[in-house]
Every structure is written in structure tokens, then in C-alpha cells.
Unconditional design. Sequence first.
Length: 77
Amino acid sequence: MSLRLELFVSDLEKSAEFYTKVLGFERQPGEDDYLPVRSGSVVIGLGPTAGLPKRHYFNPELQTAWRGLGTEYRAGS
């Protein structure tokens, strides 16, 4: 079983540094606007909030509450 999370962050490099240096995740090949980090069977995909479309449901400008803001969950095998 694996777990994959997509997190939309305000600073991609700072977030990548936190997950790799503090939590011990390994940086995986990515793109300018998407960076996966892995620890065992857990993958966290980091993407910038600035790249979200204006009408995307995780866009901070559309949110009226902070609960769950910026997170997306998908479990796979």
C-alpha cells in the first residue's frame, strides 16, 4: 500500500527543504511547478499555490475557511 498527498505551498523550495532536511524525505525528479518527495511508500507532491487556476477549489482566494486548505488526498496500491 502507498500513500500520496498533494500539497499546495506558498514557497516550493522552502517546503522541499523542510521535508528533506527536517523530516528525511528524498527529493524525486520533478518539474518547475511540481516537486515530489518520498519516504518509503509515502509520496508528497509539492506544488505552488501561485500556479493554481483562479477557480481551483484549493486556491486561497476562494477559501472562506482554512480547514483542509491546500491539501489533497489519494490512496493507491
